[in-house]
Design a protein around this ligand. Structure first.
Ligand SMILES: [Zn+2]
Ligand SMILES: [Zn+2]
Length: 148
């Protein structure tokens, strides 16, 4: 029996699988970095244990050290440069996947919004969806993704 939730890049060279039975819940980050990096209004992401994530294909790495010393490792398709996922030294063991690369991205729910103070003014967040003006403590966000 095949199990898993799959996704990949625009050109098809990179494919990945999440060892889950159902789609994970996603969140939106409206920070300026995510707007710039996605070329869009926000970045939609899911968080998964690194042990439940497998990827194949040509991956290029972009490593970025923040002023506070956190190391973000961003992975893109080396052929078409689609952003796929990243890890961060402050969240060992976790992978943050760009949710729009999931094959079933049309079935995702956004259950939390972070950096809401930077959101585009036309974007209206429903009253019953949790939001934080900036970045919440990671454990708060993870708890919301598990139990919205
Ligand atoms: Zn590609
Ligand atoms: Zn962001």
């Amino acid at each position: 029996m095949t199990r898993g939730i799959e996704g990949g890049c625009r050109c098809g060279a990179v494919r990945y699988r999440l060892a889950l039975d159902a789609l994970p819940r996603s969140y939106a980050c409206h920070c300026l970095d995510c707007q710039t990096w996605s070329g869009s209004a926000f970045s939609q992401q899911v968080v998964i244990a690194e042990s439940a994530f497998t990827v194949t294909g040509p991956i290029a790495l972009y490593e970025l050290t923040s002023p506070s010393g956190r190391i973000s490792r961003q992975r893109v398709c080396a052929t078409c440069h689609t952003r796929i996922y990243n890890t961060n030294s402050v969240r060992p063991g976790l992978v943050v996947v760009r949710a729009g690369t999931l094959d079933r991205s049309d079935q995702l729910h956004v259950v939390a919004h972070i950096w809401a103070k930077r959101k585009q003014p036309w974007l209206v967040i429903a009253d019953d969806v949790p939001r934080w003006p900036e970045a919440p403590p990671p454990e708060e966000l993870l708890a919301t993704l598990e139990h919205p």
